[in-house]
Write a protein that binds this ligand. Structure first.
Ligand code: AKG
Ligand code: FE2
Length: 539
């Protein structure tokens, strides 16, 4: 039997925020690696052995749901020592530097073991088990953490990443429907015995994104290393040699709950971006400014060149153009982005959304109008682009997103609307009462039908986005006790463990000043939650 221990860790004040150089490196490369500063070799060895026994236990069980019961989501209860990694000062400081204070550990996680098959390149789905909830953020809103309890080298199945790939993606729409996952090659199954052929398939999958000179890197690391990456980094698990020792990787991810604060004057200096890939400089510059809480408009010269780039079919050129247009305060830039939003090309619409998202208040009305478009691909992007703190002061924007979430037919639109309400909920001046009621109502009374059974787990992607939004709200605002009681009820009763734990996290942040409640909730979060998802709830 594995003992439960419920240590309540107290976050120490951040000592060593990431240096500006390292932050910039993260914004370009999309990842960095750190060594936990207070862990010993014995602790890493212990986490290796624990991983081995858990995989053995899973193998013995031969059940259809070991991924839900054993290898995923319950790791903090089954292997309590993993908290040494999650709460190590170096890890906490790095995550705090990237995601701000009060970041939250997402309740979905997994213990990976490499094997002789290869994964193809992919971006992890932004909802558990490769489901899709919203457009990828581009901002440091989400981070993944890969922990390796043993050394990783060319023999035992390293993770391979594509450096600087986190701002790009592939199209996913299938008419009005969509692919839930972002595999670069959706037909790749990793099983071709001819290794040269397999390697060619992997490279071709990556080539299909249409961007030249991508930078593939195997992540070889010493024992105990942690990779912290943008959630959207393209990566894959590579094969191990047949007789190598087991290689484990504990995967977790984290989310931001607070908007960056305006920094001291010295940060308003824009660093030299000349060393990074050219197409990424505008994105990195915008992210830098956003993270430091300031904004300087960009001069654009060749708007016709940017127009052609945005309307074209090269993902890296579209994203570059969208950011340059987004950072300019000219009308011509706005008009180009709006035209892009209504384009027939999915990639152009998506890129335009990022540009419009930067513009904020001046384009709010245009985005509200686009929410009513008869092209669902335009509506979804408009819902996403409205999701910034700048929209909080527009009552129309908030109620347009609210009625979208309430009554639109398209699940991906509703899910994006919920996600955006979460971004708006970070604003000091948002309508807390309205948002709380609307989000809670969406979660109560089975208002959302289950719309996926992926990973053998019936649940609603929209509900998961609504829970995320409620977490953003409660992390930033005090609410009446009557609201908290409704949230407690949902957290205790919801059949979706991700909804439930995100709500517990929201209660924990909301009751930070009360050590009794926060210790109790923190214990509940760590506790193994639900042995099996309730299969009778296919409402
Ligand atoms: O095992 C690895 O190194 C990567 C696994 C991974 O990326 C995944 O399963 O999504
Ligand atoms: Fe992955």
């Amino acid at each position: 039997m594995i003992d439960y221990i419920f240590l309540v860790y107290v976050y120490k004040a951040i000592n060593l925020p990431l240096s500006d150089d390292n932050f910039l490196k993260f914004l370009f490369d999309g990842y960095l690696t750190v060594q936990p500063s207070e862990m010993t070799k014995q602790q890493h060895d212990c986490l290796y052995k624990r991983a081995q026994s858990l995989h053995r236990e899973a193998n013995k069980l031969q059940s259809q749901t070991t991924h839900l019961d054993i290898l995923g989501d319950n790791l903090r209860a089954l292997i309590p020592e993993i908290d040494h990694v999650l709460f190590d000062p170096e890890v906490v400081d790095t995550l705090t530097s990237l995601l701000g204070e009060n970041y939250v550990l997402h309740p979905h996680h997994y213990l990976h073991k490499s094997g002789t098959i290869d994964q193809g390149f992919h971006q992890d789905g932004n909802l558990p088990w490769n489901e899709r909830g919203h457009y990828r953020s581009h901002r440091p809103d989400w981070a993944l953490l890969f922990y390796y309890p043993q050394q990783v080298d060319s023999t035992n199945g390293a993770t391979e990443v594509v450096a600087a790939s986190q701002y790009w993606t592939k199209d996913f729409e299938k008419g009005a429907a969509w692919y839930p996952d972002d595999s670069l090659d959706r037909t790749f199954d990793g099983g071709y015995n001819n290794l040269e052929y397999r390697d060619r398939q992997i490279q071709q999958g990556l080539n299909s994104i249409g961007i030249p000179d991508l930078d593939r890197r195997f992540v070889y690391v010493p024992q105990g290393e942690v990779l912290i990456g943008s959630y959207d980094l393209i990566h894959r698990g590579s094969r191990s040699l047949p007789d190598s020792d087991d290689r484990f990787m504990y995967k977790f991810y984290f989310l931001r709950t607070q908007e960056p604060q305006r920094s001291a004057q010295r940060y308003t200096k824009i660093p030299n971006l000349i060393f990074g890939r050219k197409e990424l400089r505008p994105v990195v510059k915008e992210n830098w400014q956003w993270s430091k809480g300031f904004r300087i408009d960009e001069d654009i010269q060749e708007s016709s060149v940017l127009f052609t780039q945005l309307m074209g079919d090269q993902e890296h050129k579209r994203v570059e153009a969208a950011y340059l247009l987004g950072m300019s305060d000219t009308d011509v830039a706005t008009e180009i982005l709006i035209e892009g939003l209504y384009s027939q090309s999915e990639g152009t619409r998506r890129a335009s959304g990022y540009g419009l998202r930067i513009k904020g208040r001046p384009v709010t009305d245009r985005l509200i109008e686009a929410l009513k478009s008869n092209q669902v691909g335009t509506q979804r992007v408009a819902a996403f682009a409205l999701g910034t703190v700048a929209s909080a002061i527009s009552g129309e924007a908030v109620s347009a997103l609210g009625s979208c979430l309430d009554s639109d037919q398209d699940d991906l639109l509703r899910s994006n609307a919920a996600y955006s309400l979460g971004q708006i909920a970070r604003a000091q001046d948002c309508d807390v009462q309205y948002l709380a009621n609307m989000l809670i109502k969406r979660l109560e009374d089975c208002n959302e039908r289950n719309n996926t059974t992926s990973a053998n787990f019936p649940r609603s992607t929209v509900k998961e986005s609504a829970a995320y939004a409620l977490l953003q709200l409660l992390a930033n605002h005090h609410v009446d006790q009557s609201i908290l009681l409704r949230v407690v009820y949902l957290a205790v009763n919801d059949n979706d463990r991700y909804v439930s734990v995100l709500l517990l996290e929201s209660l924990m942040l909301n009751s930070k000043e009360d050590p009794l409640i926060s210790s109790l909730v923190s214990g509940l979060i760590k506790q193994r939650r639900i042995i099996r998802p309730n299969r009778s709830s296919q409402n």
